[in-house]
Design a protein around this ligand. Sequence first.
Ligand code: UD1
Length: 435
Amino acid sequence: MDKFVIRGGNPLRGTIRVSGAKNSALPCMAAAILTEEDVTLENIPQVRDIETERKLLASMGASVQLGSGGSAHRTTISCRSLSDPVAKYEIVKTMRASSLVLGPLVARAGIARVAMPGGCAIGGRPIDLHIKGLEQMGATIQQAHGYLEARASKLKGAHLVFDKITVTGTEDLLMAAVLAEGETVMENCAREPEVTDLAALLTAMGAKIDGAGTSTIRVQGVSSLHGARYRIHPDRIEAGTFLVAGAITAGDLTVADCNPQHLRAVIAKLEETGAQIDFPGPDAVRIRSNGKLRAADISTEEYPGFPTDMQAQYMALATQAEGVSVVKENIFENRFMHVQELVRMGANIKLDGRTAAVRGPAKLSAAAVMCSDLRASASLVLAALVADGESILDRVYHMDRGYERIEEKLRGVGAEIQRIGNLFAPRADEVVTDS
Ligand code: UD1
């Protein structure tokens, strides 16, 4: 089982590069289901969730070619024949975003069988809103033996109002709507940049979409889509994680190949803590800190608010800030798995339901800790970077789901971090976590 060994205390200095967004790449790969022609995606991150999605598409009869060498971040997907439109439990249980194939499969093949995702470490992850939307578009849905079967000879445009903002729900139904008959109006949509990324790919494939990135999206269905080549946007959560790494280590770090526009809420909060932010170019953010940070409260919200996917990393930073930072988690009910491990490293955190009060600055001491989900792992890496001594992080396979070779990137800017074990080695006891 892979572990990270991290010796804390080094300020990070230099330039660190951001990979493509995993949460854009996943729906964009699913969008390839919508056409018989080739879809080529550039800037695909080399992370475990992408490999899982490749397996998922391949298990349905798609051909998925991965580039190598200089084109290692390119993938070409061909869904000419979809012999088996099924998302099997063995795959869905390791990656909840597998439910993203539901909409495109029904739209293209008229039938989809997708294993129901179960509970997960950060709380319930229902897909009721995906199901409700598909039913409104004329699909018949049945559940049996842990699988959900959706059928529709032809989906029909509909007026959909999401009861709750859902990112993958918006993406799933957008993919269904592009091949539906007539107009679909979707209200209370997620406005995340990953939705906009998917809509841009679908538009390049011939879809007619208006309003992506706002809360109302209008789609005029078309009878077929064609192939396209598309470049995935940078990962804003990876970028935000590196910004926190710069601030927490009292470093001077330039985060390159990112989109600063997508990071506004995170940057504003980092400035509030006293970190200095500059923009050396249109796709770079420089962060400097003298190590004297002030407490600042956060409350997670849908985009453009402070992202839930940055809450755990921000909490590591808050342990080093002077005063009490109140961290409120509004999106997922149980996203505080990192708290106990941070406390074991010396953090002073009091939990009350969805709110955590973090009193700092606390002197963190290195410890053996356990990664419990993707972003919790990032939080522990950040804490270990400032802890006194050598920390050992177990179960870093969670980290590998969403961060591309993070240990190499961090080493490049001065961190002492080593991986023990084999990257991407298969794991028998892998569990479902956040995405
Ligand atoms: C996506 C991201 C994940 C991020 C999350 C919130 C991907 C692959 N994952 O997850 O990294 O943390 O957005 O920004 O893009 N809900 C329902 N019914 C549904 C769907 C969702 O009640 O049918 C609820 C969820 O339980 C949760 C909230 O809506 O409380 C938001 O979830 P959602 O936006 O759907 O998260 P994901 O799309 O799964």
